[in-house]
Design a binder for this molecule. Structure first.
Ligand code: HEM
Length: 130
């Protein structure tokens, strides 16, 4: 029961974060709003990683990871990839804000790759942690 609550809390946050990111992309032309929404979702995602890490011992008991070891690897690939991509998004985002508009096309391409990775992280997490 306790583990069920953990996973529900994590999945709910993960879903809201991803939803926020899509909202942020929707507002990509509104610089002020885009930056606020993206920073909020990225910071929240880091806080979520921290929560999962802290509760990991409790979760692993109930995790289906042992039943789906390859899915766990796929999930970790997308999860770690998302975090690495966030660094590129933060860097290129700040460069655009500083006036380096050449970075826009890089930011845009990486932005869609980041969204894909983060979406896959959520989908694969559903099978890894139940
Ligand atoms: C996962 C995170 C993010 C995604 C998926 C994302 C995605 C995008 C996309 C698709 C655009 C439109 C690019 C274009 O059409 O040329 C854009 C623009 C922009 N982004 Fe991001 N972004 C993210 C995070 C950030 C962050 C963290 C910052 C700031 C620190 C930022 C700053 C900007 C700026 C300044 C623009 C140009 C807005 C304008 O004046 O039109 N982005 N972003």
């Amino acid at each position: 029961m306790q583990n069920f609550n953990f996973s529900l809390i994590f999945h709910t946050q993960s879903f809201i974060i991803l939803f926020l990111m899509y909202v942020g992309v929707y507002f990509r032309r509104n610089r002020n709003r885009h930056v606020k929404i993206m920073l909020t979702s990225i910071v929240w995602d880091f806080i979520l990683i921290l929560q999962i890490e802290l509760a990991r011992k409790a979760i692993m008991k109930a995790a289906d990871a042992a039943l789906h070891p390859s899915l766990l690897l796929v999930h970790l690939f997308f999860a770690v990839g998302s975090v690495v991509l966030y660094i590129f998004m933060l860097r290129s985002g700040y460069q655009i804000l500083k006036g380096n508009t050449d970075k826009r096309s890089f930011h845009k391409k990486m932005g869609f790759i980041t969204l894909f990775f983060r979406t896959m992280t959520l989908f694969t997490s559903i099978y890894v942690i139940k």
